[in-house]
Design a protein around this ligand. Structure first.
Ligand code: GRG
Length: 295
């Protein structure tokens, strides 16, 4: 199967899972909450993290039902982070995934609660023995996702990102902020496949190193798109990093050198997968996709 078809297929699979498992829209106030959850989670995202989990799991012949469940859980956490990231108290963005951000479409309180609900729902999904029968695997997935998303992972990265608006971060501080904010969740997506597949330490480590470099390349490209992309291409506000004085590689190195750094990291990411040979083809192609994308 070619790269584009595999990317589309994995997005379809995780969207189908999300449509099935997310609360259906009912009557009353919680109906509005469920509507906001579905609005944000089912919007047109790239589904990059699910694609990584599914491809990583396929290296170990994990049953698709288990891989899709883990991918959906990770995507729920990602969607929560996007909702909260857009709130007026954070990045204050009115457009996300080509549609009004959740607090614009609903209201701030509903958006906040929809984010909270997606975060907690992710752990409900992962701890379901009907989807993932092995208790040790379930427990490890819960631990890895909680660590990636939590106070020493994505949320810490967001805090550093906010601090970077008022204090100038140097290069190593910027790397750390971006690794935490974006890289931890991408690493979690890759490692989830290894956990499901009971991979040995060497293979799991290779996937983790791959995802760490890929995550940084992804975030640098995101920063570049904020400068070189349009609102139409990216489906979100652009030009905001410079306005807010954000710490980014583009601010530190300039457009050209930031692009070179992303390219170097993408090549390095692919090399970590040598031990998987041809079977890692999709994950290797993803390296190029991540740095050449326009959205
Ligand atoms: C806990 C109050 C509270 C807020 C949390 C953690 C957090 C806020 C925000 C996460 C940080 C974040 C959104 C980082 C940016 C990472 C990034 C580039 C997101 C966009 O990912 P894509 O491009 O998005 O994969 P799509 O829409 O394609 O899924």
């Amino acid at each position: 199967m070619d790269f584009k078809s595999q990317l589309t297929d994995s997005a379809d699979a995780v969207e189908q899972e999300l449509k099935t498992v997310l609360p259906k829209v009912g009557e009353g106030p919680e109906g509005r909450l469920h509507e906001a959850i579905r609005y944000a989670a089912l919007a047109a995202g790239k589904r990059l993290r699910p694609a990584i989990t599914l491809a990583s799991a396929s290296l170990f012949e994990v049953p698709p039902v288990q891989a899709v469940r883990a991918a959906a859980a990770i995507e729920c956490v990602h969607c929560y982070s996007l909702i909260h990231d857009d709130l007026p108290c954070m990045d204050d963005d009115d457009l996300r995934r080509g549609q009004p951000s959740a607090h614009k479409q609903f209201d701030e309180a509903t958006a906040l609660l929809a984010g909270d609900a997606l975060l907690t729902f992710a752990f409900e999904l992962l701890s379901d023995p009907l989807a993932i029968p092995n208790a040790i695997v379930r427990c490890e997935l819960v631990t890895v996702l909680a660590r990636a998303a939590g106070p020493r992972g994505m949320v810490a990265g967001q805090m550093l990102d906010l601090a970077g608006e008022t204090t100038r971060l140097n290069e190593s501080q910027t790397v750390r902020m971006q690794r935490l904010k974006t890289g931890e969740m991408i690493a979690c997506a890759a490692v989830a496949g290894a956990i499901l597949g009971r991979a040995n330490r060497q293979r799991r480590h290779a996937l983790e190193m791959y995802a760490r470099d890929l995550g940084l390349a992804f975030q640098i490209t995101d920063d570049l798109l904020d400068v070189t992309g349009t609102r139409e291409e990216t489906g979100k506000g652009v030009g905001k990093d410079a306005d807010r004085g954000k710490a980014t590689f583009v601010a530190l190195l300039g457009i050209e050198a930031a692009g070179e750094r992303a390219g170097m990291l993408a090549r390095q990411a692919a090399q970590h997968l040598d031990i998987f040979g041809e079977r890692a083809k999709f994950l290797i192609q993803l390296c190029d996709y991540v740095i050449t994308r326009r959205h």
